[in-house]
Design a binder for this molecule. Structure first.
Ligand SMILES: [Ca+2]
Ligand SMILES: [Ca+2]
Length: 81
């Protein structure tokens, strides 16, 4: 899926998947706002809450309140992480 969609190699997919899994603390395959704002991810050190809210909205492409792995991949994670 993301390999075809974004032309990534498997190494990059695995690296982004690892970041996704770190944020997806309950491991149910998608990220909700609460998870992205959760201090346990450590992302708070790099971005403030406003930034994270903005990021979440930008990631949730179909607006269903959940960020799937494919939606997450739309972000160029190497720029922020
Ligand atoms: Ca989750
Ligand atoms: Ca979504």
């Amino acid at each position: 899926m993301v390999i075809e969609k974004y032309g990534w190699d498997i190494t990059k997919v695995k690296r982004v998947r690892a970041i996704f899994d770190r944020i997806d603390v309950d491991n149910n395959g998608y990220i909700i706002r609460k998870e992205i704002l959760d201090k346990k991810t450590g992302l708070e050190e790099e971005m403030d809450r406003m930034g994270l809210r903005f990021l979440f909205r930008g990631l949730d492409e179909d607006g269903d309140g959940k960020v799937t792995f494919v939606e997450f991949c739309a972000l160029n994670t190497e720029e922020i992480l």
